[in-house]
Design a protein around this ligand. Structure first.
Ligand code: NDP
Length: 284
């Protein structure tokens, strides 16, 4: 058989993108599985997305990740969407099936897998989410589709928070509820899983924590954070002090990358290699 010198191409489109570590993690995974794939971290400015997506087809790229500011705009250039991506209204992963581009959102799936790995299921649970931005939308919708009973959104911006709450109630089988975040959040007593999906605590602001009455966190709750650098956030430390089980944001990051890996290659992702690569990259 003739030797193939052509690598399969995947990558990420975004701006800013220079500090995005996903490529290191995916390349380590390709190497571990002996796959001739390359992950290209590509700067695509706002306004240049259309030709960039055309290039995905022209270069026969197997797929790409989309990040800031393209996650919503990209929908108009795709041929098909997953149910979750369509409800969330944002795509972070594209799969190129012979020129037909399929849009998926793997952030929420990564979150659910990270909980599953910690022995925590979603079905029948009451979930309280801080924030209503991209990560919060993906987590809230995916949990609602995965069988959560109720998803409560707490957000500063009323319109944004209420819009997400209505989306949960109208487009998923779960009940949606809203808390206006204009004072320290009182975590509803029936909460099973409490999630920080805001950007509070992200490096370099590691001394910040969401404005919550932490005495309303109880030991029967599972508490999770989307922040992955540094993953041992003050938010999680407060929860630990109240005896809650905690799940950090590194698992979500690795697992959404693992879902992408499998969507592109059809091969099971080497999670351990991916986790260790990111830990090394973050100096953890
Ligand atoms: P967005 O900008 O879309 O949303 C940010 C959210 O945070 C908004 O709801 C905003 O509230 C809220 N917020 C920001 N500052 C505060 C504050 N001081 N108090 C209360 N709420 C605040 O960002 P994303 O959703 O895309 O990202 C959020 C975080 O999630 C980032 O840190 C990102 O790194 C992380 N992330 C982690 C992933 C992982 O795999 N672990 C995957 C994806 C994202 P308002 O609407 O009121 O402005």
């Amino acid at each position: 058989m003739a030797k193939c010198y052509r690598a399969e191409l995947v990558g990420a489109f975004g701006c800013p993108i220079d500090e995005n570590p996903t490529g290191v993690m995916e390349e380590a995974a390709f190497a571990a599985k002996g796959l001739n794939y390359r992950y290209l971290t590509i700067k695509v400015n706002d306004g240049d997305l259309k030709p960039a997506i055309e290039a995905v087809r022209a270069f026969h790229m197997r797929g790409v990740n989309c990040t800031i500011p393209h996650k919503v705009k990209v929908l108009e250039y795709l041929d098909e969407l997953s149910e979750a991506a369509s409800i969330i209204g944002a795509v972070n992963t594209i799969i190129n099936n012979d020129g037909k581009l399929f849009g998926e959102n793997t952030d929420g799936k990564g979150f659910i897998t990270s909980l599953k790995d910690a022995g925590v299921g979603i079905e029948g649970k009451n979930i309280t989410v801080l924030g209503a931005g991209g990560a919060a939308r993906a987590i809230a919708v995916e949990c609602a589709l995965a069988g959560a009973k109720k998803v409560t959104i707490a957000n500063r911006d009323k319109e944004r928070g209420e819009e997400l709450t209505k989306l949960i109630s109208d487009k998923t089988p779960a009940e949606g509820a809203f808390i206006l975040w204009d004072r320290p959040v009182e975590v509803p007593a029936d909460t099973d899983i409490f999630v920080n999906a805001t950007s509070v605590g992200l490096f370099p602001n590691v001394n910040d924590k969401p404005d919550v009455n932490y005495d309303t966190v109880t030991s029967r709750m599972v508490v999770s954070d989307v922040i992955f650098n540094d993953p041992h956030t003050l938010f999680l430390q407060e929860a630990e002090k109240r005896g809650a089980k905690t799940v950090n944001g590194l698992g979500m990051l690795v697992n959404q990358g693992a879902v992408n890996f499998t969507l592109w290659t059809g091969v099971e992702a080497p999670i351990d290699v991916m986790t260790q690569t990111l830990k090394d990259e973050f100096g953890l």
